[in-house]
Design a protein around this ligand. Structure first.
Ligand code: BEZ
Length: 324
């Protein structure tokens, strides 16, 4: 609550212009497809908002990049052309580098630990600068699963990644990681990944278990490396301009609801991650479970780069240690 009060105040200060108070029709964008856990959470938020406001407010959810990719949606949030988004922290970290600390390789031991890190005060504090820094209000975290590697060719050791065109989400921490491994990281938004893997435009992808299984990426692969090498947080955002135009009552209601619905995704991944991984392993593809030692010096190289880029690493590592 202390966190919410602080961001309410800073967003209100920042609001250069405001929409009419009592705006009724909000729009929320995401890049995930309709059956995805994030999209379902956005729809559940919309249904609850309509009901709790007695129909005064409604929410239209635009999945699958209908409003543009995340970089474009972030710009729309900044101008107030878009009201809300459930967005990868990856994209926001391109504007707020401290958020890059979440991607320290093996910061989280497992998916439940990732959830505890995201629910910490340290994590919440990292949202406070967003209104001034990025022009958005971050109301709480969700997440997707831990990151894995899916490859069209055989992977037995980290050296086998060298030179591979390997699809990454477009953000710097993951770029630095695969550069340190000698791969050829290829930034590509989520909706383009299936075709790129299927037609060989990329040799491998960095992905989570839900999408590997549900979108059947494994069908176009020979090897799945279950490495669990990074967590993948999401954040519920409201345009700071739009936020500044809301009544205090609406801010409290909407802020609480968004925080709860994005948080619900954490429970979903904790409940389902192991099952997806088992199903992927059961496909008969070459399946390798590896740990930090697989990546050799690349992790130390990443740590060296990011200790220069963010001051948040130490605090997040301390929180990770406390929540083990
Ligand atoms: C990805 O870029 O891999 C991704 C984006 C959103 C949700 C899950 C994965």
């Amino acid at each position: 609550m202390k966190h919410l009060n602080k961001i309410v105040a800073s967003a209100a200060l920042l609001a250069a212009s405001t929409l009419a108070a009592g705006a009724e029709e909000f729009r929320l964008g995401l890049i995930t497809p309709p059956p995805h856990i994030w999209t379902k959470a956005a729809e559940a938020f919309g249904a609850e908002l309509a009901e709790a406001s007695g129909g005064t407010h409604s929410l239209s959810v635009f999945p699958a990049q209908q409003l543009g990719n995340e970089a474009e949606m972030l710009q729309q949030l900044q101008t107030g052309a878009l009201d809300m988004a459930f967005m990868t922290v990856a994209e926001v970290s391109n504007r707020a580098p401290d958020l890059g600390a979440f991607y320290a390789p093996y910061l989280a031991d497992d998916i439940a630990h990732a959830g505890r890190i995201l629910r910490s005060e340290t994590a919440k504090d990292l949202l406070e600068p967003l209104p001034a820094q990025v022009g958005v209000v971050g109301l709480g975290y969700g997440m997707a699963g831990l990151r894995q590697i899916v490859s069209r060719g055989e992977i037995n050791k980290a050296e086998d990644l060298a030179g591979l065109k390997l699809r990454i989400t477009p953000f710097t921490p993951i770029l630095d990681f695969y550069n340190a491994l000698g791969a050829a990281p290829t930034p590509m938004p989520l909706p383009a990944v299936y075709d790129a893997l299927a037609n060989g435009q990329v040799d491998a992808i960095d992905m989570d278990a839900e999408l590997i299984w549900v979108l059947k990426y494994y069908e176009h692969a020979d090897t799945i490396v279950q490495s669990d090498h990074m967590m993948f947080p999401m954040v519920g955002l409201v345009s700071a301009r739009v936020w500044g135009g809301l009544s205090e009552e609406d801010r409290a209601m909407i802020g609480e609801m968004i925080a709860r619905h994005v948080d619900s995704t954490i429970d979903s991944y904790i409940a389902k991650e192991a099952e997806w991984l088992e199903q992927i392993e059961g496909t008969g593809k070459s399946y390798k479970k590896v740990d930090a030692s697989f990546f050799g010096d690349a992790i130390a190289a990443w740590n060296a780069i990011w200790s220069e880029k963010t001051t948040a690493l130490d605090a997040l590592r301390a929180t990770a240690a406390e929540t083990r």
